[in-house]
Design a protein around this ligand. Structure first.
Ligand code: ARG
Length: 702
């Protein structure tokens, strides 16, 4: 014995694999040999005794995992935070460990009854005593970390475990003397890996590869320059030796069957206390309210998954189940995150999900001034499609011009502050911009189930449909289009040239002629190929009747562009009688406004194409004012542009042959958008057929 370092161990008198609470135990029930376990344990005990003092706690019958004293609690100085085991299979160990600590003069801190924390298995001190690494994700709850910081007066760095084979921090992470760290990075989420890399210099990080990791190479006992562990690869051994450690291997195969090895079998009870360092924890919590059809619309699951997937954790404080079919549920959820940064990410995603009302946050929104015109403060809150309110001087102010992906600017006026979604480029000096995610709430009126089912779109529940459902959807869209037209509503179409290539031009033209479309948004190409087709019968040089390329056809669209340029505009070309049919023809004849937004690849362009994209965005936005439905026809570019400008509540029907486009567009986290994966020409043809058959819902009602 060379130092005054002490460890606590527990002899394996009652050790066995009796149950399964981690993946290693699976298939190993009663498969470990007691005899060999005893022999391996004694060997480890003897080895450690050469370098430190070992205390023993009496093994108790019926508690086979008690050998893993790392899970007794977490010791620092004279304080110990007793474990609260997640599984009932181990909870019975708690009183025995508590007794031992008390008898040995420690001050024992007890966590709330239902807050799991598994001691030194999930909390490892930096060997220089600078901070505490604390794991969560499987056995210990993130919410236990603030207690550790408070009771032990130490800085706590939270690390999230994501691979269930490495369910305790000490199975994949081992701080060593002199600031070295032995660890298996894939066991952690990316945020945690970043945190580790920020705190431990690259030359101090010894990365363990999977074959050694699954042999519990990270589960090592470190005393000064000695590292005691189960057998590992020569390569890793050399790596560890190279930086000045002496590796002592001792077989622990019998304990691997229960998911533990050297480090798990010990608890270091003399951890260096650094008086000059103090408690600090970045873990944050916030209580959120969710209202709506939480269960049947699956919102609660999605919200909770999202919290965990982003590295947070949650506690459902209250769940008020809507008992009647039409009544809504309400939940109060406490969200915890390892840092403010992660919390912001979680909250903004929850807002996007559309289910969450941030409770009447007692705090005003945080504002920061614009210091460079056209540039927002770094941490600006990014808007969503949902109606939003901002708390300013204790009052909730409704955000105007709601749209997504822009900052919210606050301006003082004589009648009080106003809040508005502004494009970055619209920000002026003197604007105050909302930063962070506090003092914000979204206004949602949860629809009743009846309302929802009355809404013909509900059955589609923002799903992406394949051929099988296309006809059903077409019926619904037709009915909706008719209803909007007959009530004087507004439908906007975004369309790409594929509409023309697939033969959908004539059908879209019919929709315009019959008053179903109030504005057309697209690019240069849709107009070019539409007019090419009416003038020359080809679309991008392909004969639309025979489906074959026409000799010299690749020049057709350039000739068309030239013709329109000669006349000065699309309208003038139509008025001159040159263009006699088609989508653009119907727009001109029926006074349906069209905006053509240019792009770098445009031939020509047509005189009507707006090559100033800032102007084009503004003109799109103008046409979208008051829109009820957007039909997005095979144009990823223009449809996404439109999606960004449109607030929640607008129905969107996105048709594209590419499922990726459809998913991207229809994923607005609400029931109001629907994706249809199909050929757009076919879709339009079915749609006009349906409309022809349909009698107006209003005329039939009369
Ligand atoms: N069978 C035990 C459990 O699953 C093994 C504990 C290993 N301990 C550790 N600190 N990793 O709880």
């Amino acid at each position: 014995m060379t130092s005054r370092i002490r460890f606590l161990m527990c002899a394996p008198n009652h050790y066995d694999v009796d149950y399964v609470i981690n993946p290693w135990m699976e298939g190993n029930i009663h498969k470990s040999s007691r005899e060999r376990a005893v022999e391996q344990w004694h060997k480890l005990h003897e080895t450690i005794k050469e370098y430190a003092i070992v205390d023993l706690v009496t093994p108790e019958k019926g508690w086979p995992d008690m050998v893993f004293t790392a899970n007794a609690g977490l010791v620092l100085g004279n304080n110990v935070v007793l474990s609260r085991f997640l599984h009932k299979e181990r909870q019975g160990e708690e009183p025995y460990f508590q007794k031992w600590f008390e008898e040995n003069g420690y001050t024992v801190h007890l966590l709330p009854q239902d807050l799991p924390f598994e001691g030194a298995g999930d909390a490892l001190l930096d060997r220089e005593g600078r901070w505490l690494w604390a794991g969560y994700g499987f056995r210990s709850e993130l919410d236990s970390h603030p207690y550790l910081a408070k009771w032990l007066d130490v800085e706590v760095l939270s690390l999230r475990l994501i691979d269930d084979r490495f369910y305790h921090l000490d199975t994949c992470f081992c701080p060593l003397s002199n600031g070295y760290l032995l660890y298996y990075p894939p066991a952690f989420d990316s945020y945690s890996n970043r945190l580790i890399e920020m705190r431990v210099a690259p030359e101090k990080r010894i990365v363990v590869l999977e074959p050694d990791a699954v042999n519990f190479a990270c589960n090592a006992v470190n005393v000064d320059h000695i590292v005691i562990m189960n057998k590992i690869s020569e390569k890793l051994k050399a790596q560890i030796a190279e930086v000045g450690f002496q590796v002592i291997e001792t077989p622990l195969t019998e304990f691997l069957k229960a998911g533990g090895a050297a480090k798990c079998l010990t608890l270091r009870s003399t951890e260096p206390l650094r008086e000059e360092l103090h408690g600090n924890v970045t873990v944050e919590s916030r209580v959120l309210c969710m209202k709506g059809h939480l269960l049947d619309a699956g919102l609660i699951n999605r919200a909770l998954d999202l919290i965990v997937d982003n590295g947070g954790s949650f506690q459902v404080l209250n769940f008020d189940l809507g008992e009647q079919r039409q009544s809504t549920s309400a939940a109060e959820v406490k969200v915890s995150a390892p840092s403010h940064e992660v919390m912001e990410e979680i909250i903004s995603q929850l807002i996007e999900l559309g289910a969450v009302d941030l409770p009447e946050d007692e705090r005003d929104a945080q504002l920061e001034p614009v210091t460079i015109a056209g540039v927002a403060p770094d941490d600006f809150y990014v808007s969503t499609i949902y109606p939003t309110e901002v708390r300013i001087n204790g009052k909730w102010v409704r955000v105007e011009k709601q749209r997504m992906d822009v900052p919210i600017a606050i301006t003082e006026t004589s009648y009080g502050p106003t809040a508005m979604c502004k494009m970055l480029r619209e920000l002026v000096l003197g604007d105050q911009v909302v930063v962070d995610v506090q003092g914000l709430r979204t206004i949602r009126k949860p629809e009743s189930r009846e309302q929802r089912s009355a809404q013909e779109f509900s059955f589609m529940s923002s799903g992406v449909s394949s051929e099988r459902r296309v006809e059903l959807i077409v019926e619904q869209v037709a009915w909706e289009l008719r209803k909007i037209r007959d009530s004087g509503g507004k439908v906007v179409v975004t369309a790409g040239p594929v509409v023309i290539h697939t033969g959908g031009g004539q059908h879209l033209a019919q929709l315009i002629r019959e008053g179903y479309v109030q504005a057309l948004l697209g690019g240069n190409a849709i107009a070019v190929h539409d007019m090419e087709q009416s003038l020359m019968g080809t679309s991008l040089g392909v004969d639309m009747k025979r489906g074959v390329a026409v000799r010299g056809g690749h020049r057709h669209h350039l000739k068309l562009i030239n013709t329109v340029r000669r006349h000065g505009s699309i309208a003038k070309t139509v008025e001159a009688g040159v263009i006699k049919s088609g989508v653009m023809y119907e727009c001109v004849k029926n006074n349906v406004p069209f905006i053509l937004a240019g792009s770098i690849r445009d031939d020509g362009p047509l005189p009507d194409t707006q090559m100033d994209l800032i102007k084009a965005q503004t003109e799109y936005a103008q046409q979208l004012q008051g829109v009820e439905m957007v039909l997005m026809l095979s144009s990823m570019l223009h449809s996404i542009g439109v999606g960004n400008m449109t607030p929640a509540g607008v129905r969107m029907v996105c048709v594209d042959i590419n499922p990726a486009v459809v998913t991207k567009l229809s994923d607005r986290g609400s029931i109001e958008s629907i994706g249809v994966v199909t050929d757009v020409g076919l879709f339009l043809s079915l749609l006009v057929q349906q409309l022809d058959q349909l009698t107006s819902p209003y005329t039939t009602m009369l």
